[in-house]
Design a binder for this molecule. Sequence first.
Ligand SMILES: [Cu+2]
Length: 122
Amino acid sequence: MLIAVNAIGILLIAFVVYWFWLGRRSHSVAANIDEAITITVDGGVYIPAEIHGTVNQAMTLRFYRIDESPCAQSVIFADLGISQDLPLKQSQDLKITCDKAGVFEFTCPMGMYRGKLIISAD
Ligand SMILES: [Cu+2]
């Protein structure tokens, strides 16, 4: 009985590690030149929620909203002064070039949906 409880405990820990560490890593994506990055808006989240790019790299973020919540109707990059409407079930391209390194959050208007644009020096 005790062994079984320990085994369940270990499985739970393994699952938590997978979920928070490995799982999150797979939710990030690096921007390639001339290639749009599709970000799906569904179930209250951006997928992927972490986009990596470099300074002065022209990026195309292609938002595709499946989520019907009114909250998901637009995406805001507050630090970059960008607000973009996201039509339902249509691709909406957003071209961004960052001239400085940093972490720029993008959110829904109320800040519940959250993603990050991570720009490195080069
Ligand atoms: Cu919201």
